[in-house]
Design a protein around this ligand. Structure first.
Ligand SMILES: Cc1cc2nc3c(=O)[nH]c(=O)nc-3n(C[C@H](O)[C@H](O)[C@H](O)COP(=O)(O)OP(=O)(O)OC[C@H]3O[C@@H](n4cnc5c(N)ncnc54)[C@H](O)[C@@H]3O)c2cc1C
Length: 342
């Protein structure tokens, strides 16, 4: 099979890397480490994010299993950019795409098992699955996860939370792989988790998470889950192309949505992007938005909030990649799996 180099334009490589040395090297797609996983060059990421926007990944890598991930990282030069994505429920991928390697963990990392009061789950397991398994096992404390549409890896990175609870409240330990492919078990204090923040360097990849719950009645757990679900249905847009809360709540004072409302931004539109009428801290892709529309609308909201309240809102949604027109061309797929990676 012929592989189409995703970055064949050397001037683009130089602009992306800012380094003459990198520009002189062979395209990334032609010098990737051997893998049993799946490699796609120039694969569009728009279908892998909740916003449904964004350019391609220069290289998308789905490791076959933990050993494959470790070997790949060990052999990938440290100078090549790397990032990991979950299911893209907190990501705004820019229209120009993401240079370097984007890693997405598949089914090999999605197992969830119960051991006494502990849930041990792969980082690609969905939060909702973990909440359901815990409920079935009569373990309380996981109910808030049922409505968060991400993976457990994304939940650790974001210290995801709702209804007064967050991932840190449940966390016993994580297994994580560093940029050199070394895997270790980390206790919560190594992660410096705080409100929607994790202090571990961005290039560490969580692969497995151990959480601890508290035994409780099945009916009490089910009732809490239903109550949380109904709060969500009443306050948030449903079946929408969104990234959830756009901005973090400031440490004190009014919440982000109140500041946005006071600034008159409810329903504000820019291109195909719109501030939700139902929850004005949610940005929506109405169907035709580009990542630029969404990011520009977010910046406009920040400007108006700064002008009306003097508060500088912090993006909670992760904006990644490069802006158009430095777009990466689309490419080819190399699949070495036996059908395991999803
Ligand atoms: C409708 C809607 C409702 C939401 N409600 C909530 C809510 O109530 N509370 C809340 O906290 N969030 C909420 N979110 C945001 C989002 O679901 C969470 O932040 C979620 O934890 C992100 O997980 P993900 O798998 O989608 O990660 P992604 O969005 O793919 O990535 C987010 C970050 O996590 C990192 N990451 C992903 N996987 C890994 C891994 N294995 N190892 C290391 N880093 C990793 C990525 O690099 C990125 O920096 C909502 C989003 C939507 C669309």
């Amino acid at each position: 099979m012929t592989l189409t180099p995703a970055l064949h334009d050397s001037s683009l490589r130089a602009r992306l890397s800012g380094s003459q040395a990198l520009a002189a090297r062979a395209p990334l797609g032609e010098r990737l480490p051997a893998t049993r996983g799946r490699i796609s060059l120039g694969r569009a990421l728009s279908g892998m994010t909740w916003f449904g926007v964004g350019g391609p990944a220069e290289v998308l890598f789905k490791p076959a299993d933990l050993e494959d991930l470790r070997a790949f990282l060990a052999a990938l030069p440290a100078s090549d950019p790397l990032m990991v994505i979950g299911v893209g429920s907190n990501l705004l991928v820019r229209d120009g795409g993401i240079p370097g390697v984007v890693i997405r963990l598949g089914r090999a990392f999605a197992e969830v098992r119960v051991e006494g009061e502990h849930i041990i789950a792969g980082a690609a397991a969905l939060d909702a699955t973990v909440a359901r398994v815990a409920a079935d096992a009569g373990l309380a404390g996981f109910e808030f996860l049922a409505g968060i549409p991400g993976t457990l890896g994304g939940a650790v990175r974001m210290n995801a939370g709702a209804h007064g609870r967050c991932l840190a409240d449940l966390l016993v330990s994580v297994r994580a792989v560093n940029r050199s492919g070394h895997s270790s078990t980390l206790s919560p204090d190594r992660l410096s988790l705080s409100y929607r923040h994790c202090g571990l360097p961005e290039d560490w990849i969580f692969t497995e998470v151990t959480l601890k719950g508290t035994p409780d009645d099945h009916s009490a757990i089910a009732a809490r889950m239903a109550a949380y679900q109904s709060v969500r249905a009443d306050s948030q847009p449903e079946r929408a192309r969104t990234g959830g809360s756009t901005f973090a709540n400031p440490p004190e004072g009014p919440r982000a949505w109140e500041l946005i409302d006071r600034a008159g931004c409810r329903g504000l539109e820019l291109g195909g992007a719109r501030v939700s009428d139902k929850h004005c801290n949610f940005l929506l892709n109405t169907g035709t938005a580009s990542a630029t529309d969404l990011e520009s609308l977010g910046e406009l909201v920040r400007e108006r909030v700064r002008a009306t309240s003097g508060v500088d809102l912090r993006w909670e949604i992760r904006r990644v990649g490069i802006k158009a027109p430095d777009s990466l061309p689309s490419g080819d797929t190399r699949d070495n799996t036996t059908g395991d990676a999803s």
